[in-house]
Design a protein around this ligand. Structure first.
Ligand SMILES: [Zn+2]
Length: 177
């Protein structure tokens, strides 16, 4: 038995959950081709390796990704505002540092979301950035069929959308969730 199994917090971390097999799709890869052929989850990353899209097997890419550290406790993750936006069909991209190590999705995630955090929360105050789960969201605005496509990072879904960083220099606009 691996030594970490003796740690009494084993099983509490995101890394310990039933993570899905996945492949990383880089900019320039033929995402549609890969999506059609893959039986694994797919994580689309940008040029800096930040996950910006995720797709379950046979599903379309969702350009909204909740990312969280593999070391984060499940209770803490479930309490985070970002997890309010989690959908078991798109899952949570689990990171170790900047590296994708898995996708938490499907039944195991759905059960955890339904159950919510454990009642004993004495140990589960949220650790500081960068262990707070984040939402990487791609702006859905388009102009004359040119998509904005700017991705930005949020701790929670804003109740009032901020101005879009507008990396493709379209007309100034509010971020489209
Ligand atoms: Zn935009």
């Amino acid at each position: 038995m691996a030594s970490w199994m003796t740690d009494d917090t084993a099983g509490d971390r995101l890394r310990d959950q039933d993570l899905q097999h996945f492949a990383v799709v880089h900019p320039g890869d033929d995402a549609e081709q890969v999506t059609a052929e893959s039986t694994d989850w797919l994580v689309m990353v940008d040029f800096e390796g930040v996950p910006v899209g995720v797709a379950g097997p046979g599903r379309q890419v969702a350009w909204s990704v909740v990312v969280a550290s593999a070391e984060l406790r499940v209770d803490a993750a479930l309490k985070s505002p970002a997890f309010d936006e989690v959908d078991p069909n798109t899952g949570v991209v689990v990171l170790e540092g900047r590296e994708v190590v898995g996708v938490w999705a499907g039944d195991s995630l759905a059960r955890a979301l339904l159950q919510g955090p454990a009642r004993d929360l004495t140990q589960s105050s949220l650790p500081g950035y960068p262990d707070i789960p984040l939402i990487v969201q791609t702006c859905g605005y388009s102009e004359n069929d040119v998509p904005c496509g700017t991705s930005d990072t949020f701790q929670r879904k804003p109740s009032v959308m901020p101005p879009c960083p507008n990396n493709n220099h379209l007309s100034p606009h509010t971020f489209v969730w």
